[in-house]
Design a protein around this ligand. Sequence first.
Ligand SMILES: NC(=O)c1ccc[n+]([C@@H]2O[C@H](COP(=O)([O-])OP(=O)(O)OC[C@H]3O[C@@H](n4cnc5c(N)ncnc54)[C@H](OP(=O)(O)O)[C@@H]3O)[C@@H](O)[C@H]2O)c1
Length: 251
Amino acid sequence: MPYSDYETALVTGASTGMGAAIVQKFRERGLHVHAVARDASRLAELAERTGAVAHVVDLADVDTLEAELGAIPADILVNNAGVSATGNILDASRQTVDAMVDVNLRAALHLARLLLPGMAERDLGHVINISSIAGRYNFFGHTAYHATKAAVSQLSRQLRNDVLGRRIRVTEICPGRVETEIFGRNLGGTPEAMAEAWNTYYEGFESLTVDDIVNTVDFAIDAPRHVNLGLIEITPTFQVPGGLTFDRRDA
Ligand SMILES: NC(=O)c1ccc[n+]([C@@H]2O[C@H](COP(=O)([O-])OP(=O)(O)OC[C@H]3O[C@@H](n4cnc5c(N)ncnc54)[C@H](OP(=O)(O)O)[C@@H]3O)[C@@H](O)[C@H]2O)c1
């Protein structure tokens, strides 16, 4: 079974949501886990609870990313950290555009650049990239989020070309709506914003839970060695991607 092939994993965005839950699952599976995020106290709690190694790193800071994470002999890399924003390109700020490019895409590229050579040398590895249905479908949301998530899809497919011939698997997990803090963060991250986001995006809906994502990651990794699950799109049953909008021309 592939889990027994692997010793070490690195998970970004590990302080909460899907990332923290993936760390816990990997620890239960017996892996040595490096957990990356900015929130030191949450990471300390996770480390205490699970035995993971905490790395307090802002992924937008490439120098620190490289120095702190670049030499970790990760057999599994989970590019999970992600940020979004309200609005679209018409009212975007420089900071939100940069944050989405830096965290959603640039950090994933740098971690691949830094960690894949070791996997190639050991002839063993699995990269899991958490994208979004925003990267596959057009609907109202932040343009930079859609664009960076589409790039994560392309990155996932392209990495397979880079490591062809080696026993390295790459899986893009493409979720629809999952119950996490992401929408509350978009609204400011305060307790009031979290409550508002819960009421707007989750209350009364049957969204995915982080356990659904964890089970999907677990399934992809636990597949037999010769099986690469390239793309897994997972949405709530009541959420349908796609659609077409045809607005009336202004008078
Ligand atoms: N929830 C959804 O409905 C949904 C749907 C589709 C895809 N996704 C994607 O799923 C992934 C996980 O999202 P989530 O919903 O679990 O989000 P979340 O609850 O908001 O968690 C985001 C994680 O990313 C970390 N992070 C953000 N900026 C960072 C930075 N500059 N440096 C290091 N870490 C950073 C956060 O940690 P710190 O704040 O401690 O740094 C946190 O651990 C993301 O890629 C997201 O785009 C989410």
